[in-house]
Design a protein around this ligand. Structure first.
Ligand code: NAD
Ligand code: ZN
Ligand code: ZN
Length: 361
């Protein structure tokens, strides 16, 4: 059986998205069809629509989602119909060089569905990050379904599928933030605020939020920032050093993805400490740093891909913490919207009015 459902499609570069009827095939071997219950609007969906990722139009957008498994294909044993799952874009292969070295969170050969979802005329769709969940149903590799407690509301759970996991993981998994650390986070959108929350969960003593927007800094306090710096009026490197005994922070997380904020992060950390780049730059961006400073300041310069998360390990743990009222993931949901409001949600995101708009079905 083929399912016919409504979905948000980006047909051409820079053009507004449209609601289309799409065809979702029955799951083949190793695949699952999921009834999507909620899907957050992430900056990356907008990057796809703007042609910033690649030119494989038409895209089926949406990738920060949770739902219930409808059907599974042959050989699928980890999930079954009725399971409540978060969709992930790191279905690890177990066989690549990263997996074989015991570092599956870097897996270089992650799985997606083999079959294609299509428009009614048969045009193949490219699902965003191999997911495509601004749709009532979507087809994924079964390994992209991570089972979590069904007590969590879908609009909250789905956020772990991308931005919130990326931020929490940037602090905890990549940055290795631990109790007593000083941490600075540059850029306090959904990802930066999640990094603040992660740093707070890990026991950081001082968490300095940096943004150019006062409203964002106010929200950052809500997630655990102990100090805030508006970098449109104050020099952020100096401000962070002043707040850390003149030395700089132990871990500085860049959550914007721009050369100037990366340079701020580089100089705002203490000697021998860590910079984590979680913001995604565009291809033309360049940085120039004195090599002597790279040497002389020591420490580690790291990138965080999807928070270096292992979905099977991290999603259920974070959902459990949420259910125990120890991780306020619900604060990321600024609004819930209908499927036909994604284009408006992009505008609000662009204007900085929301942390997350979440489509609910
Ligand atoms: N590495 C990953 O796996 C991963 C996953 C998801 C998203 N991301 C990336 O993380 C970045 C942030 O995503 P988001 O959803 O939080 O975006 P967002 O647009 O919600 O937030 C960006 C924030 O940066 C602030 N900002 C802009 N310019 C600034 C400057 N010069 N100095 C300080 N702050 C500034 C904005 O005011 C805003 O609060 C994006 O680049 C996104 O693509 C990375
Ligand atoms: Zn692998
Ligand atoms: Zn995303």
């Amino acid at each position: 059986m083929t399912y016919e459902v409504q979905a948000v499609v980006a047909r051409a570069k820079g053009e507004p998205v449209s609601i289309e009827t799409i065809l979702v095939p029955d799951p083949g071997p190793g695949e699952a069809v999921v009834n999507v219950q909620a899907c957050g609007v992430c900056h990356t969906d907008l990057h796809y629509r703007e042609g910033g990722i690649n030119d494989d139009f038409p895209f089926l957008l949406g990738h920060e989602a949770a739902g219930v498994v409808e059907a599974v294909g042959e050989g699928v044993t980890d999930v079954r119909p009725g399971d409540f799952v978060i969709l992930n874009w790191r279905a690890v292969c177990g066989q690549c060089r990263a997996c074989l070295r015991g570092r599956p969170w870097y897996c270089f050969n992650t799985h997606n569905a083999e079959q294609k979802m299509t428009l009614k005329d048969g045009t193949e769709l490219a699902p965003a990050l191999g997911i495509g969940a601004f749709a009532e149903k979507t087809l994924v590799a079964a390994g992209q379904c991570t089972k979590v407690s069904a007590e969590a509301p879908a609009q909250v759970a789905g956020l772990l599928g991308c931005g919130v996991m990326a931020g929490i993981g940037a602090a905890i998994n990549t940055g290795g933030v631990t109790r007593g650390d000083s941490v600075a986070v540059i850029g306090c959108g959904g990802v930066g605020d999640a990094a603040i929350l992660g740093a707070s969960l890990a026991g950081a003593a001082k968490i300095i939020a940096v943004d150019v927007d006062d409203r964002k800094l106010e929200w950052a306090r809500d997630f655990g920032a102990t100090h805030t710096v508006n970098s449109s009026t104050a020099e952020p490197v100096e401000a962070i050093r002043d707040l850390t005994g003149g030395h700089g922070a132990d871990v500085v997380i860049e959550a914007v993805g721009r050369p100037e904020t990366y340079e701020q992060a580089f100089y705002a950390r203490d000697l021998a400490e860590t910079v984590v780049l979680v913001g995604v730059p565009t291809p033309e961006m360049r940085i120039e740093l004195p090599l002597l400073d790279v040497f002389g300041r020591g420490g580690s310069l790291k990138s965080s891909w999807y928070g270096d998360c292992l979905p099977s390990r991290d999603f259920p743990m974070l959902i459990d913490l949420f259910l125990q009222n120890r991780l306020p993931l619900d604060k990321f949901v600024t609004e819930t919207i209908a499927l036909d409001e994604v284009e408006e949600a992009f505008a609000k995101m662009h204007a900085g009015e929301v942390l997350r708009s979440v489509v609910t079905f």
